[in-house]
Design a protein around this ligand. Sequence first.
Ligand code: GLN
Length: 533
Amino acid sequence: MAKYVFITGGVVSGLGKGITAASIALLLKQRGYKVFMQKFDPYINVDPGTMSPYQHGEVFVTADGSETDLDLGHYERFIDEELNYSSSVSMGKIFSNVIENERRGDYLGGTVQIVPHVTNEIKKSIYESEHSSHADIIITEIGGTVGDIEGLAILEALRQIRYEMGVENTFFVHTTLVPFLFGSNELKTKPTQQSVIELRRIGIQPDMIVARASENLSDELKYKLSLFSSIPKESIIDAVDVSNIYRIPLNFHEQKIDEIILKRFGIKKKAIDIKEWEKLVKRVDGLSDKAVEIAIVGKYVGLHDAYLSVAESLKHAGYDENVKVNINWIDSEELEKKKVEKVFENIHGILIPGGFGNRGIEGKIKAIKYARENNIPFFGICLGMQLAAVEFARNVCGLKKANSTEFDEKTPDPIIDKMEEQKTIINMGGTMRLGNYECKIKSDTLAEKLYKKKKILERHRHRFEFNDKYRGLLEEKGIVFSGINEPSSLVEILEYKEHPYFIGCQFHPEFKSRPIRSHPLFRGLIKASKKNL
Ligand code: GLN
């Protein structure tokens, strides 16, 4: 039988609960246990795939093609395991299952209620993850803040799980904020105390508090929190702000989080192996101060979380190339009105990430043209690759009105067009070309040099594709289609020969980059950009 760790949050949102969950999972994994991670979100959307990045940040795509919460990105980057459909559960998914059951007549005439029908469905998705993953320890993070109406059914289900599985098999970690008050110049524990009371009101006694604060809590404060919340003092854990998030697991390990949890579960404390992680943190802390300046040109740059995995991947590449990466966030819509050479004056490399919709498209094309003509290393992801093809068709092949039919349905030259199987789709949720597809890499290309492989597997999320009719024309002018999905003949990677680094891919490599193993396409960009330092 698996053991369960539940991570709740109190006081405010955005505390770094996901990173706390991922760090705990990493430590338990490095102790030799098989872990599985899960995120519960209280919203009614079935998944975040249809939500605006401004509402929700990036949509993280798993290998099996699930569109999930961005915290899954932290999980995969920390524990380096592929997660799946059962790792991301929203209340929308739970409710739609319950309603489906009801319509099928599964409830045999009963009145369908939050307790027990909705709570049973929540418990089922937690218990099922145990069967599908065969993990020793399941770590489940609950989105939102304790006290929210939306999260009540989830917390009630967790209370029941503790009752059913026993205290010895369940462990509740409550993450909170301990604010520093100017004026009185001290850390304040009252909000934490109150949010513990709120959890208790639901019937959950937490076993550990992870206190996010600007400095470590004094012994006195820990004693106070311990007494008020009936939690041993050693289980009041400091989560002091850090500039490098990959240090957090080490901070937690120093405070014996992993030992405390294993002790409760009564399972053997195997020796931990975190050498690789310690090396990583050392490397990150030791990077020279000189930074490579990379421009990310997008329309959601006001909210950096919208490009979270892309930003992390750039940093990972910097770790391997031994250089700091400084991201310059460029609003593509504003770029349309600005002088590109001025905006990119101090930029060493340009990245265009994925995106949807018309706004800011011409700004991105302007950036690509600038990169291509001025030998600035360029990397286009998904929409970024599609626009690189449009730019080339317009400005090199002379097809002045070339476009993607996503932005101009009547363009005479649809360089990018909807995939055939997408043309009849009406429902927007979960219907793109999603998840892992194979890509065959052409010999003697930049892609082959970077990947050092002939076949790769990458994750996708798109409806449009490069239009094969234009392949010959672009090839004549110097574009190399270096990655192809064989059965469908879809273009996966394109590159431009006459340039130090110009590459675009239809898939999203950012989902596979890890801090201990950067992704070749990002690493290539940083390596090429470094030469412009
Ligand atoms: N909007 C484009 C498509 O659907 C690109 C998608 C993306 O960048 N993820 O094909």
